[in-house]
Design a protein around this ligand. Structure first.
Ligand SMILES: C[S@@+](CC[C@H](N)C(=O)[O-])C[C@H]1O[C@@H](n2cnc3c(N)ncnc32)[C@H](O)[C@@H]1O
Length: 463
């Protein structure tokens, strides 16, 4: 006989809210887990869902960065008294296994968006004294954690008198929030100006469905932040970048207080710092526009943050001079010239490369810069062999954003598709500098107007 589905409360961190659905969908698909919604999410930090087995919830939480924790839900109401009534009627056979004399326990109180003193929290705990718990209280290392949550909305500075929702349940698992702290850029050995923060790097690795033993590539690797996250989830990682100085840890230090880079700063040193060196394949100086990979070489996943041309150049090896040659004697020390690569060509190359070098079912996860006002899904890069499975926005400024695109490879490209023409993509960079100049001009004019008004006011005051 199959076990009945149980109801669970998934409580999320209220950060990168738009990425939540995509992350959970990717993990459900990675672990082949089925989840049913009881409460469809809107903007609240919680979902009420059903799973066929507790193991599924634990698996999901073992990889989720968005998730704070999961409870087996024993009661959810709008009013506190109703929650107590509900709990008093909760089937004993479902509760009893966790309330036995040999099981130590504690009750925790969480209040979302409203602060309560410890004394007030203890008073709230006392209201659950009717629960038929038989084991001893253990506040440090209990066998069972019961949790009571009061939800006061998401506007911290003006919470309502009474909670909107109250929940009670048994803690089942916590998400991976502690990993974000462990991988913090503040304490990382080697970082660059565009190092990706750990939370987003881990979200990308989850979007890529990285699992133990996967071969993962970042072709615009920079300081290797995405490799760290991919290796944390079991990937064997490889990176390439055009910037020799970056890959050799010789660029100017990114930390204000640091005058000189330490001798041993490198992506490998980061891997060592996190005990992930055994997952590190290597990095190589390479212009992505000039491919060197064997025809049949396949990756399980590609995770990358290509340059947008704002904080780093979008360049490729090349020259605008006609019939340019380098003499034999200068070849060994020759540093090739560079020309503009362009966003359109970068994404065209990235998707063509992914269509060719990903395994079928593998994913490429990449950031794509947009002007929020102009954004239109038709303007995104695309390829007939890749299906866009997720597309989440991270707002950067009032007018700009970047979107995390996740493509899944459907099939290998045909001969024709290997050499196909791609649609042009609007160059974010060109408009960025025009808009930035306009914004600066507007700001300068506004400041001049304010100065003039102050001057006139000063004269009026004197008169
Ligand atoms: C946004 S950064 C990547 C940052 C990286 N995710 C990290 O965490 O440090 C983009 C990188 O692309 C590299 N790049 C620019 N043009 C390139 C090219 N033609 N081929 C390969 N890498 C290139 C830059 O040197 C830069 O390191």
């Amino acid at each position: 006989m199959t076990k009945p589905w149980r109801t669970y409360l998934l409580w999320f961190a209220q950060e990168h809210v738009e990425f939540r659905v995509a992350e959970i969908d990717s993990l459900l698909s990675l672990f082949n887990i089925e989840m049913r919604f009881t409460h469809k999410p809107v903007t609240e930090p919680y979902w009420i869902v059903e799973f066929a087995s507790e193991r599924d919830v634990q698996l999901l939480a073992s990889r989720s960065v968005s998730l704070r924790n999961c409870l087996e839900l024993w009661g959810h109401e709008k009013e506190v008294w109703k929650l107590h009534e509900k709990l008093k009627c909760y089937p004993r056979n479902l509760m009893d296994p966790y309330l036995q004399p040999n099981k130590s326990f504690k009750i925790e109180v969480e209040t979302f968006c409203k602060h309560f003193t410890q004394k007030e929290k203890v008073d709230k705990i006392e209201t659950f004294s009717y629960l038929p718990v038989q084991g001893p209280v253990d506040l440090r290392n209990p066998d069972v954690i019961l949790q009571y949550i009061e939800y006061y909305g998401t506007v911290a500075n003006n919470p309502p008198e009474l909670p909107y929702d109250v929940f009670f349940g048994r803690w089942v698992a916590s998400g991976l929030r502690q990993l974000i702290k462990k991988l913090s850029l503040k304490t990382r050995k080697f970082i660059g100006n565009t190092s990706m923060d750990p939370q987003l790097s881990l979200l990308m690795a989850n979007q890529a469905k990285i699992k133990n033993g996967d071969i993962v590539l970042d072709p615009f690797v920079g300081s290797g932040s995405l490799l760290v996250a991919a290796a944390e989830f079991g990937g064997y990682v490889f990176g390439t970048d055009i910037d020799y100085l970056m890959l050799h840890g010789r660029t100017r230090p990114s930390r204000i207080a640091q005058k000189k880079r330490e001798k041993d700063e490198s992506i490998r040193a980061n891997m060592k710092q996190y005990n992930l060196e055994h997952r590190y394949l290597d990095v190589l100086v390479n212009d992505f526009a000039m491919q060197f990979w064997r025809e049949g070489c396949k990756f399980d996943a590609i995770v990358t943050d290509p340059p947008y041309g704002i904080r780093e150049a979008t360049e490729r090896v090349g020259t605008s001079k006609e019939n340019y040659t380098v003499s034999e004697e200068h070849l060994p020390t020759h540093i090739p010239a560079k020309i503009e690569y362009g966003i359109s060509n970068i994404y065209k190359d990235l998707l063509s490369f992914s269509a060719k070098h990903l395994k079928v079912g593998g994913r490429v996860v990449c950031w794509f810069p947009v002007f929020r006002q102009d954004y239109n899904e038709d303007g995104l890069p695309s390829h007939p062999c890749l299906k866009l499975v997720a597309n989440c926005e991270q707002t950067l400024t009032k007018v700009t954003a970047r979107r995390l695109l996740t493509f899944e490879k459907l099939r290998d490209p045909t001969e024709q598709e290997l050499n196909m023409d791609h649609k042009e993509i609007t160059d974010f960079r060109e408009k960025y500098f025009v808009v930035r100049e306009e914004t600066r001009k507007e700001r300068r004019m506004k400041e001049a107007r304010v100065r003039e008004e102050n001057r006139l006011q000063h004269i009026r005051d004197k008169v």
